[in-house]
Write a protein that binds this ligand. Structure first.
Ligand SMILES: [Ca+2]
Length: 112
């Protein structure tokens, strides 16, 4: 039904391999323009429920070669979106809406 599920399967395999060398995949911020509290997301992270961060992310930074997949509902359900731009200071229609996510970086690429 959703293209995101294929990515989720790939993410599970890649995320497992990435555990050994945790790297920052993205940062999420509660305020626009990267303000307020910040949540660091590691390569391979899969978060089906965000607790106090539910519907509170307003801006994000995504590391180079990495992609952050976000969902409107918990457990990777609802509308989804792929965020690959390096910096998104205002999520616009996705502001205060993300309820689950996973983040994956391309394998075999060196990043700082
Ligand atoms: Ca939501």
């Amino acid at each position: 039904m959703k293209a995101g599920w294929m990515g989720l399967v790939a993410c599970s395999a890649l995320g497992f391999a990435a555990q050994a060398q945790a790297q920052t995949c993205a940062y999420m911020f509660q305020g626009v323009n990267f303000g307020g509290e910040v949540l660091e997301v590691q390569d391979g992270d899969q978060v089906p429920a965000m607790g106090s961060w539910n519907n509170r992310v307003s801006s994000v930074k995504v590391a180079e070669k990495c992609e952050l997949y976000v969902f409107d509902a918990v457990s990777y359900l609802g509308e989804d979106n792929r965020l690959g731009a390096p910096e998104i200071p205002d999520l616009g229609p996705w502001k205060n809406r993300i309820s689950s996510y996973y983040c994956i970086c391309s394998p075999g690429r060196a990043r700082d």
